[in-house]
Design a protein around this ligand. Structure first.
Ligand code: CA
Length: 464
């Protein structure tokens, strides 16, 4: 077992597990990420605790739920002075630390990366082509494609460091976030019009909450800047959704491909420099993404496609190659997991647990069998009603707070609080809300008790 391995953490933005061939993607092929999976472990139930870019990034750094680190929405910024952050904990233990790529936790002195030996990050969402980046606070513009530049700058840093000390490098890709602009070399990849459609593309939201019906993440309503073209004139609503899906998935999968190339380049670098054996490599994304599932793009909701993050890890001396683990790992567990591998004591402020044993295929007997989720961003962006919920290994209970008149100034959007319950075994695509179904009354009562228990244990409180 390696002592204090290097940690190479590669995180993309909005890369759903079901757009990775190792996870059974029907829409693309990702040979380099698949290589990582075949040489390491693939986790099938890694979940975010708030499916939104900025909050998930903050939870990954701090090991805390959004209500504790105070990064609940896209408008919140991290307090960089917080002492409990992955890079600071590992840095204090002698790790050389860096973050390259998307930060998206604020754009000022109080929220810039702090405690990294090196940082070079995009401002806000950043640009796909010829991006401006801030290298240790200095503005620089780089010519080229953002995913490739992030990879190059990461490798430049690896070339510059002291080989006698371990490193912790966070490679944070902007891709494949909207507006899904591919690298030049991938502009012809895939055939638009021929991508398989997800089973739930034509979902009519029957049995679901009003909160679901009023959301504006249907792909046919996506901004033209994302879809790039107007739909053909005179087509039906159903045809428009099918057209928008093909437009979306074509650009999305093309944009993913450079991320896969990046993983390949980084793995090659580790091989060429004799670092593969002693480096924990993780591939993940800040949350999942609807890829036309339920007729949607975007994320935010607690449904499976958005909640689930890809998580693949390789460390040859410890992690069995080609293994698969189904226990629940949460984004709040990442910081504790890094600490565990680095031999750093996990601070009491960290709410997550180390997943190191899971990666070895040895789940602790007291490992969690349920998780707590909360989405806070009230109606902004895509008219998503805030909600919280609990998921265990079979069921999911979701509570939408409702919308009051004075919340939005839009009287037509008043909604009562609503509940949904899903049996993921009988209904894995979550089309059949069984809340208030007498057959599920015992399950419903148990899930409510579990929701209250987890919410209190996380130090959070009900809305009312
Ligand atoms: Ca994201």
């Amino acid at each position: 077992m390696p002592n204090r391995p290097n940690i190479l953490f590669i995180m993309s933005d909005d890369h759903a597990a079901h757009a990775i061939s190792a996870y059974g993607s029907k829409v693309n092929h990702t040979p380099n990420i698949d290589r990582l999976a075949s040489e390491g472990v693939r986790l099938t139930n890694t979940f975010c605790t708030n499916a939104l870019c900025t909050p998930s990034r903050a939870s990954i750094l701090t090991g805390q739920y959004s209500h504790l680190n105070n990064v609940k929405t896209l408008d919140d910024e991290i307090d960089s002075s917080l002492p409990v952050q992955s890079q600071k904990l590992l840095g204090a233990a002698g790790y050389q630390t860096a973050v390259v790529g998307k930060w998206h936790l604020g754009n000022n002195e109080a929220s810039n990366p702090d405690g990294f030996d090196y940082w070079n990050v995009l401002p806000g969402q950043g640009d796909y082509y010829d991006p401006t980046m801030f290298e240790m606070g200095e503005e620089r513009r780089y010519e080229g494609y953002v995913t490739d530049i992030i990879t190059e700058k990461s490798i430049d840093w690896l070339d510059s460091i002291d080989r006698s000390q371990p490193f912790f490098l966070m490679v944070h890709h902007k891709a494949p976030h909207s507006p899904w602009l591919p690298a030049e070399r991938h502009r012809e990849l895939g055939t638009e019009g021929e991508f398989p459609e997800p089973e739930t593309l034509m979902d009519d939201y029957e049995t679901r909450s009003e909160a679901v019906k009023i959301s504006s993440i249907r792909i046919e309503d996506t901004r033209k800047a994302n879809l790039k073209f107007d739909p053909p004139p005179g087509i039906s609503q159903e045809e428009k959704r099918r057209w928008a899906y093909q437009r979306y998935i074509t650009d999305y999968t093309r944009t993913v491909q450079a991320v896969d190339d990046s993983v390949g380049s980084l793995l090659d670098y580790l091989d060429q420099h004799g670092l593969a054996k002693d480096t924990l490599v993780v591939y993940t994304s800040d949350q999942g993404m609807f890829l036309g599932d339920h007729g949607w793009h975007d994320k935010r909701f607690m449904y499976e496609e958005s909640l689930r993050m890809p998580f693949i890890a390789r460390l040859p001396a410890e992690i069995p190659p080609g293994s698969v683990a189904g226990e629940m790992l949460l984004n709040i567990d990442f910081a504790a997991t890094f600490c565990d591998f680095a031999g750093v004591e996990i601070p009491s402020e960290v709410q997550g647990r180390s997943g190191r044993a899971l990666l070895r295929g040895e789940a602790p007997t007291d490992w969690r069998t349920s998780m707590y989720y909360r989405y806070w961003m009230h109606m902004q962006g895509h008219r998503i009603v805030p909600h919280y919920g609990v998921r265990n290994e079979r069921y999911k209970l979701i509570h939408y707070y409702g919308v009051e008149d004075d919340d939005t100034g839009l009287p037509e959007l008043q909604l009562e609080p609503e509940w949904e319950l899903y049996d993921l075994e009988a209904d894995p695509t979550e089309l059949n809300n069984v809340y208030a179904d007498p057959d599920y009354s015992d399950v419903q009562a148990e899930m409510l008790v579990e929701l209250n228990r987890l919410q209190a244990a996380a130090g959070d409180e009900p809305r009312h």
